[in-house]
Design a binder for this molecule. Structure first.
Ligand SMILES: [Zn+2]
Ligand SMILES: [Zn+2]
Length: 184
């Protein structure tokens, strides 16, 4: 668990037009050294909170976010969600809208200071001068087996959103086969 204190957790974009709240404990928190995270952050690595999209809520009259897709190595696009005023990316998803990846650095200081990632990943592209340490840290050269890293509660929550994820995947497959958008 990346936090020892209970939800909600709060955050905002740098211009503070967007305020958000995470209404549940993150499923997992990655410190990721992959080349996409380096390029997108403009620095050495990203800290990404994975959480069900339904648990990410815009608050304080925040306007809707802008979104755009960027290509990824996997072939599925990554959809980025930005503040409409400062264009800063607050979160994104890869292929599955049910699960969001929140940029942890956008959390309010009070919550960010109490965050510890669960796992360090893609160390194969970690920059030579970067050293990160925390108690009980696990690291992986690339990705990892979810069952081994996620806590029992997070794996249980995944079982809840899995049908939704599979249904979405199926819909995408059908769209690909039929060469158009399926209206439901
Ligand atoms: Zn902003
Ligand atoms: Zn990454």
């Amino acid at each position: 668990m990346p936090f020892t204190h209970p939800p909600p957790y709060h955050g905002s974009c740098p211009c503070r037009t967007i305020r958000y709240r995470l209404n549940a404990t993150p499923l997992v928190c990655h410190l990721c050294h992959c080349t996409s995270c380096q390029q997108e952050s403009g620095t050495a690595y990203c800290i990404n909170i994975l959480i069900e999209t339904r648990n990410v809520e815009l608050i304080d009259n925040s306007p809707p976010l802008l979104s755009n897709d960027i290509p990824t190595d996997s072939g599925d696009p990554q959809t980025l969600f930005r503040c409409p005023k400062c264009y800063f990316v607050l979160w994104s998803y890869y292929a599955w809208p049910v699960m969001s990846m929140v940029r942890a650095g956008t959390l309010d200081t009070a919550d960010l200071r109490r965050l510890t990632p669960d796992v360090e990943i893609y160390t194969k592209s970690r920059l030579a001068f970067v050293r990160v340490e925390w108690e009980g840290k696990r690291e992986f050269v690339e990705s990892y087996e979810r069952e081994l890293v996620w806590c029992e509660e997070s794996n249980r929550r995944r079982d809840v959103y899995l049908p939704e994820l599979l249904a979405y995947k199926e819909k995408l497959e059908r769209e690909k086969q039929e060469g158009g958008v399926v209206v439901e």
